[in-house]
Design a protein around this ligand. Structure first.
Ligand SMILES: [Zn+2]
Length: 158
């Protein structure tokens, strides 16, 4: 099904997406859908080994974080393995709450994806320790995307 491309707010060059196997696992959500299909949810929890990808805890509650903002430019990326990571807490507590309440901090470390950027091109500073790109196939070492800030003051940001 073809979908109209969302309005982009940033000029910047668009990267061509590489051809690879991600489409095999890709689950596309319907319009306005926030529910993550069970198969995709299982895939992401397995990939992330039931651990918060920020602090490493396996304690519940663990929830799925949508890295690209909901609605607007992020909607077409919403329910993909590249866009989903496991975090502890929910929208107000734990690392999930921390990300939602410190959005600039989270964007600089990949826990949120800036508007107009493809989550497949925006790695995560996983466990605040290493840059890796999530996909349906797992986590792969990755260079920081252009424009990302150095996580040079982790302690001060907590
Ligand atoms: Zn956590």
């Amino acid at each position: 099904m073809k979908r109209r491309a969302p309005l982009r707010r940033t000029a910047g060059p668009r990267r061509q997406k590489p051809l690879r196997a991600r489409r095999v696992h890709r689950v596309v959500a319907g319009h306005g859908q926030t529910h993550v299909a069970e198969a995709l949810r299982r895939l992401v929890f397995a990939r992330d080994e039931g651990q918060c990808q920020l602090c490493g805890t396996g304690c519940t509650p663990l929830t799925l974080q949508h890295r690209a903002p909901r609605g607007m430019g992020g909607s077409r990326h919403r329910n993909t393995a590249e866009n989903l990571i496991v975090l502890c807490g929910d929208g107000t507590t734990g690392c999930h709450g921390r990300v939602e309440h410190n959005r600039d901090w989270a964007r600089a470390r990949g826990f949120l994806v800036p508007m107009g950027i493809d989550p497949a091109d925006w790695p995560v500073f996983r466990f605040l320790d290493r840059w890796e790109q999530p996909s349906a196939d797992g986590w792969a070492p990755a260079a920081r995307a252009d424009g990302q800030l150095l996580p040079d003051d982790e302690k001060g940001a907590r």
